[in-house]
Ligand binder design. Structure first.
Ligand code: WT7
Length: 682
């Protein structure tokens, strides 16, 4: 399934010095270990597990599972019977056994340049123990759910690890979500306590987070689910650092006058509680399969799914993917620009890096504030060597050209990562050539909230790169491509991406709704985990994720991926971003309706339209010729930056009933798009 030898020809290789030092230095080594990981998973993962602390050993099989709905209930268990604690493993083990207490865990960089704070592993452990004692004093016990709704501050990490230390289940809700969404999530996971902050700045914009949190709690109360306890961190209204017992300094752009609603019956101040708490806190030893956290992800029915991950498998998987995919070494400074409110932040800001004793940048702000070179300024400031971001951020910065990048040296960079959606080759090339100056391999990591960690990804020194391909499976992952009838396709082919067996980090259930877990992921093709993504395998065996299956278009009987057409459009120098949806067509089945956002200063006209049409025809073929092209200065996106194609499909068809748009970041773009719809095909 994986080719004997890495392909030659049109591929890019990592520089020699990176290969010399790498954990997986060659394609042959990758292949050898991969075979071991799928043929003898127990042996392979035992090597990984050796590095961790286990209070007791596991009792049954290393990995026990049923992936086939026709044979009974779906389950996945990894190292069942073993007891451990993930917080102990990512903090105490590093401080006490590995003597890394003085190592920096986080360089916190605030929204406002100059707002900064360094936190060592020892300091982090102290704060986590104290806050774990605070939670205990509030009656939080093993198995209880705690909702966390906080900005990107070190205390967010403290709160999540304090939960993990006492076996409580954290349910983090991204601080950009509305009160309605927070309420829905609190109620679905039946949280007993909410942890939040007064407010924060996103660029220039002040967010009164406590106000939104209170609205959510009121909604919960109205729906007969009262949450009696709310702990609030003072981030903008803090007086001074020494007395506050907090890790982040008072914000430079403090806002002491922020109106923070306060209900003494429910609200408690983080700082007063933690001030008197003890630094001693014995971890609660958990079974491998005890729940670690719930994280909500959107579902096709509209109601979000509470993806549940458990302790040991998630720990082994995030630790090993972090180590191998970013080829982590102890002198690295790593920076993932995601928010901890998403799975990327859970796995690759908190658990994966800390399990390795890594030093990370934790950034509160935006890539465009105060200007569009902020990212590269931070890279130079902390000598970041491994950098991980999303294609949408790359395309956003690409719009401004290479000057803002060239303002900074970026000589510390060694590996660049991307995640979140298929990266179009144009953006890939810009990232590789301009940001990384052709020195840094790009790891295009495909995974999902559900997979816990990377599942299809290059290993930077081992896998020759093809721009836009997530290349090959990570250890323990067995992909297949199925056609509509569920038959496995061999060789070059395109269809549904599925996985044939579990890896340690895969989700265990949808919280409170195991049936939904089985129906969503296992029902369509019994025996397989169905990702919902389309995928193509080329003649060299490389996998190319083509986008969600629901984004697949069928034009005159030909399967087309929206991503393919989009990437052809974006390759035109005038285009910054493109989104393509299908519009029903009486003869062809579907026609292509394309939304394009142009680069700064470029005007839309008929000449350009003709050029774009030609470009796509030339790139993909006549079958992919756009039927409609609409100039779209703004696209509807979720707060995590995903284009909401579902909404665009409605706009393309002039259907005003958009359904649930609560996850939309900026709803003002919608009206503009409706007003400027194309009525006739180009
Ligand atoms: C969906 C999962 C995994 C963390 C962030 C998103 C798309 C993600 C890639 C990639 C192509 C990608 C898929 C997937 N996706 N990474 N490298 N190449 N597509 O987590 O919100 O659970 O979304 O994001 O469509 O199914 P998520």
């Amino acid at each position: 399934m994986i080719p004997e030898k890495a392909p030659g020809g049109d591929v890019l290789h990592a520089p020699g010095d990176l290969k010399k030092e790498a954990h997986i230095p060659s394609f042959e080594k990758y292949k050898e270990l991969y075979i071991k990981s799928v043929e003898s998973p127990e042996e392979f993962w035992a090597d990984v597990a050796k590095d961790f602390f286990w209070k007791t050993k596991y009792t049954g099989k290393f990995l026990d599972y049923n992936f086939d709905v026709t044979k009974g209930e779906i389950y996945i268990k990894c190292m069942e019977g073993a007891t451990t604690n993930i917080c102990y493993n990512v903090l105490d083990r590093n401080v006490h056994e590995r003597k890394l207490g003085d190592r920096v865990a986080f360089y916190w960089e605030g929204n406002e340049p100059g707002d900064e704070k360094t936190v060592t592993y020892r300091e982090l452990l102290q704060q986590v123990c104290k806050f774990a004692n605070v939670l205990k004093s509030q009656g939080v016990k093993k198995g209880d759910r705690v909702s966390i709704y906080m900005p990107m501050v070190v205390e967010l990490v403290v709160a999540m690890l304090a939960c993990a230390r006492i076996g409580a289940v954290h349910s983090i809700v991204f601080a950009g979500f509305s009160s309605e969404s927070l309420c829905e999530r609190i109620m679905d996971s039946q949280c007993c306590l909410l942890i939040t902050a007064d407010g924060f700045y996103r660029g220039d914009k002040l967010i009164n987070l406590k106000l939104i949190a209170d609205e959510a709690l009121k909604k919960c109360r109205d729906k007969s689910f009262p949450v009696e306890k709310c702990i609030m961190l003072k981030h903008l209204t803090k007086e001074d650092e020494a007395s506050s017992g907090s890790l982040s300094p008072p914000a430079k752009r403090a806002c002491p006058d922020l109106q923070v609603p306060w209900n003494p019956e429910v609200d408690m101040c983080w700082h007063s509680l933690i001030g008197g708490a003890s630094e001693e806190c014995e971890p609660v030893w958990c079974d491998s399969e005890d729940p670690l956290f719930i994280l909500y992800t959107s579902g096709s029915t509209g109601k979000p799914k509470g993806v549940l991950h458990t302790v040991s498998g998630y720990m082994l998987y995030t630790a090993s993917t972090f180590k191998m995919v970013f080829d982590y070494h102890s002198d690295d400074v790593y920076w993932c620009t995601a928010d901890i409110g998403w799975i990327t932040g859970h796995s690759y800001i908190t658990y994966g890096p800390l399990a390795n004793g890594a030093t990370s940048v934790l950034f509160e702000g935006l890539p465009t504030y105060p200007d569009v070179s902020r990212m590269w300024e931070i890279v130079d400031k902390y000598h970041v060597s491994k950098f991980y971001t999303a294609p949408t951020a790359i395309r956003l910065l690409m719009k401004y050209g290479s000057d803002p990048v060239h303002k900074y040296k970026r000589t510390s960079l060694k590996i660049l990562g991307t995640v979140g959606e298929p990266i179009n080759p144009e953006a890939w090339q810009w990232y590789y050539n301009v940001v990384g100056e052709k020195r840094c391999p790009v790891v295009d990591t495909f995974w999902q909230t559900e997979t816990g960690g990377h599942v299809m990804t290059p290993l930077p020194a081992a896998t020759p790169m093809k721009p836009g391909s997530a290349t090959f499976p990570f250890f323990g992952v067995v992909p297949a491509i199925l056609n509509e009838s569920g038959e496995e396709l061999e060789g070059p082919s395109e269809g549904y991406l599925v996985f044939k067996q579990p890896w340690p980090g895969v989700m265990r259930t949808v919280y409170g709704n195991h049936l939904r877990f089985e129906t969503t992921y296992f029902k369509k093709f019994p025996g397989y985990y169905v990702t919902g993504d389309g995928c193509r395998r080329d003649k060299d065996g490389y996998y190319w994720i083509t986008g969600r299956i629901d984004d697949m278009l069928n034009v005159s009987g030909h399967l087309l991926s929206t991503a393919e057409v989009e990437s052809a459009l974006v390759e035109h120098e005038a285009v910054a971003e493109a989104a393509v949806v299908g519009r029903p067509h009486p003869v062809k089945g579907e026609s292509l309706y394309c939304f394009v956002t142009l680069n700064d200063g470029i005007n839309y006209n008929q000449k350009l339209e003709a050029e774009l049409k030609k470009q796509v025809r030339e790139k993909i073929g006549a079958i992919a010729t756009p039927d409609y092209i609409q100039n779209a200065p703004g696209l509807p996106k979720t707060r995590s930056g995903k284009i909401m194609r579902r909404v665009l499909r409605k706009i393309a068809c002039n259907e005003r009933d958009l359904g649930d748009v609560s996850t939309l970041a900026d709803s003002s773009v919608i009206e503009h798009l409706f007003e400027n719809r194309c009525y006739t095909a180009v």
